[in-house]
Design a protein around this ligand. Structure first.
Ligand code: GH3
Ligand code: MG
Ligand code: MG
Ligand code: MG
Length: 303
């Protein structure tokens, strides 16, 4: 468990650090409210608990925690437990601290027994929080990834396309988009079986991924149809690049369980016009080019 200790009084902070280190916690420190906010931002990913003094110069503990809660809310982060530390045992002081976003309150001088007990409770919250963060991450990943081929699914492909279109509008760079579809894929399933068909889809994606650049995007639009986004393209290179993908598939058959399966793809390509053009219009144009590629013989790129 990683704990941030915030206290302007050196002896208080060092003593607390000593106790917590002995209990096996990893500790980072801050000496005022502003530093606490900075440390929180830097360590938000793996911080489990904040112990923060109320009375501090400049930004006090109450204001720092209010600011931290605001940041968490804006960034949709999971709740991070906070314990306030103060010499005041007044009802109003405790009420103010909890209202500001504290989960608990320790009165100075801090009893080692109470500290140990509260750390046990905080450990339970930290464990729960980590499980929540992890399952949210898994859920996000599952909701955006195609199960078979492990690339972006249609939903996240469209999100990425929207994002790249905005970037292209701002930077006025050329954005190319291609839609490809396996040729006569029904025959692959019929001849070699559905499992072999699945293996072909996986292998085709692997080959394309191998020739993509870091910033390029591939997504499964459905069935045996995939989309490719190429940001920052040289407009004169578009056809050459997409033809490289086409030929990477044609080049050699896909081998599944020692059986050679010849595969080709047809690609419809278009370039973002900029301005108010929508992603639907862009994809429709690529689809029309793909249709033409199919109509005019397959295993080709149409721009
Ligand atoms: P064309 O060259 O015109 O594209 O012909 P095609 O046979 O590829 O086109 P068609 O749309 O007739 O067939 C697509 C086939 O893709 C039918 C469907 O069973 C198969 N398919 C779609 N998704 C999957 C999948 O996830 N796994 C497997 N094995 N087959 C799939
Ligand atoms: Mg103080
Ligand atoms: Mg097909
Ligand atoms: Mg199809």
């Amino acid at each position: 468990m990683k704990v941030l200790i915030v206290d302007d009084t050196n002896t208080d902070r060092l003593l607390l650090k000593l106790h917590l280190s002995k209990m096996g916690f990893s500790v980072i420190e801050a000496t005022d409210g502003q530093e606490a906010i900075n440390q929180f931002v830097l360590n938000a990913e793996d911080l489990d608990l904040i112990l923060i003094d109320v009375q501090m110069p400049n930004v006090n503990g109450i204001d720092a925690v209010k600011a931290i809660r605001d940041i968490q809310k804006q960034q949709k982060q999971e709740w991070l437990p906070v314990i306030f530390l103060s010499a005041s045992a007044e009802d109003e002081a405790i009420e103010e601290a909890i209202t500001a976003g504290g989960d608990d309150y320790l009165i100075k001088p801090i009893s080692q027994k109470i500290l140990a007990a509260k750390m046990l409770a905080m450990q339970r919250i930290a464990d729960m929080r980590r499980r929540l963060v992890e399952s949210n991450r898994l859920f996000e990943e599952m909701a955006s990834t195609d199960y078979l081929t492990d690339v972006a699914n249609r939903r996240s492909f469209e999100v990425l396309l929207t994002h790249e279109m905005s970037a292209s509008r701002r930077g006025l760079s050329c954005l190319a988009c291609g839609v490809f579809d396996l040729d006569k894929f029904k025959a692959v399933n019929d001849t070699f079986g559905h499992d072999a068909g699945d293996a072909v889809l996986i292998a085709v994606v692997e080959r394309i991924k191998h020739v993509l650049r870091q910033s390029d995007v591939i997504g499964r639009l459905g069935g045996e149809e995939f989309g490719i986004i190429l940001p920052n393209m040289d407009i004169n290179e578009v056809l050459v690049v997409f033809d490289r993908y086409r030929s990477a598939i044609e080049e050699s058959p896909i081998v599944h369980e020692n059986v050679e399966i010849p595969v080709t793809i047809s690609i419809g390509v278009t370039v973002f016009n900029g301005g108010n053009e929508t992603k639907e219009e862009l994809l429709k144009r690529a689809d029309e080019a793909l249709y033409e590629a199919k109509e005019t013989g397959r295993n080709k790129v149409v721009y």
